[in-house]
Design a protein around this ligand. Structure first.
Ligand SMILES: C[S@@+](CC[C@H](N)C(=O)[O-])C[C@H]1O[C@@H](n2cnc3c(N)ncnc32)[C@H](O)[C@@H]1O
Length: 279
């Protein structure tokens, strides 16, 4: 049994839901933000639940980053739809090797990029330097509380937030709400229940699997449906929600993917969005 496997069971993930049981994480009166208190130890069990060690190993051993260095077309569309004058500050949360952070940087945005993997962040540091791009980088968990609140115009989290439990996913969404300026834009992706990985591997909680058909087998995925997304996104106005589906080559096997793409804005005035549309 791997260490990650052991820790998942130790935290009682399937039984009680670790977030609710974790002391010191309760919402404070009058504070719309959730997540660990300042300076909290985002410790071993949380990291392992989210498979971050799996990703660290993956990035360390990865030898042909070509695919991971090419921005997703949806993100390029997003970049084209936004103006760096009206929405200058972008956060790439779970940036990986940094393909989207670089794309935003090249388009003139001021970019902060974070990832739990130091290997991935180091890669981005070198890549940005080679392009003479200034990108703020940080090795950090998605729930890290040291990023300035209310300071980002755009938060992107591409294929990141569903790595873990539903509770954790929802906490991460609320945390993004805290990081965004009023009317700030949030774009994220997550697998639907039609995805080829759904239902395979050890089930840890409803719609939550320790996936054996993922890019990094053994990592935990939560699979969302439409109602779920509605519930998790109450603090946001929906701009657009759509699916991307197709097949990918999973070590020689053709595997179906089905991902939600979610574009929302933090609830508050419309000014910045009108500006995006040239209004
Ligand atoms: C599928 S990759 C996506 C990387 C990048 N967003 C992209 O599209 O190229 C998932 C990334 O999420 C990161 N990650 C997973 N759990 C995390 C956590 N709890 N905090 C920060 N990063 C995390 C992993 O290290 C990995 O780089």
């Amino acid at each position: 049994m791997t260490r990650a496997n052991y820790c998942i069971h130790q935290t009682g993930l399937a039984a009680s839901g670790p977030l609710g049981a974790r002391p010191g994480w309760a919402r404070r009166a009058g504070d719309a933000c959730v997540g660990p208190p300042e300076g909290a130890d985002l410790g071993r069990s949380w990291r392992l639940i989210l498979s971050t060690e799996t990703w660290e190993t993956y990035w360390r051993d990865y030898r042909s980053p070509d695919w991971w260095e090419k921005p997703a077309p949806e993100v390029l569309d997003l970049i084209r739809s936004l103006s760096p004058e009206h929405r200058p500050n972008v956060l790439d949360l779970g940036c990986g090797l940094g393909r989207h952070a670089i794309a935003f940087g090249l388009a003139g945005f001021s970019v902060t990029a974070t990832d739990a993997s130091s290997e991935a962040v180091q890669h981005l540091v070198h890549w940005a330097r080679s392009l003479q791009l200034s990108i703020q980088t940080r090795v950090a968990d998605v729930l890290d509380r040291t990023l300035p609140r209310g300071s980002f115009d755009v938060v992107l989290s591409y294929n990141v937030l569903y790595h873990g439990t539903r509770e954790r996913f929802m906490t991460a969404i609320e945390h993004v709400g805290c990081l965004l300026k009023p009317d700030g834009i949030f774009y994220f992706t997550c697998p639907s229940r039609e995805d080829g990985k759904y239902g395979f591997g050890e089930q840890l909680a409803p719609h939550t699997y320790k996936c054996d058909k993922s890019v990094t087998p053994g990592d935990v995925h939560y699979f969302a449906d439409e109602c779920d997304l509605d519930e998790m996104l109450r603090g946001f106005d929906s701009i657009r929600r759509w699916m991307t589906e197709g097949y990918w080559d999973n070590r020689g096997s053709r595997q179906f993917y089905s991902n939600w793409n979610v574009l929302v804005a933090k609830k508050a005035g419309r000014t910045a969005r009108q500006q995006d549309r040239g209004g």
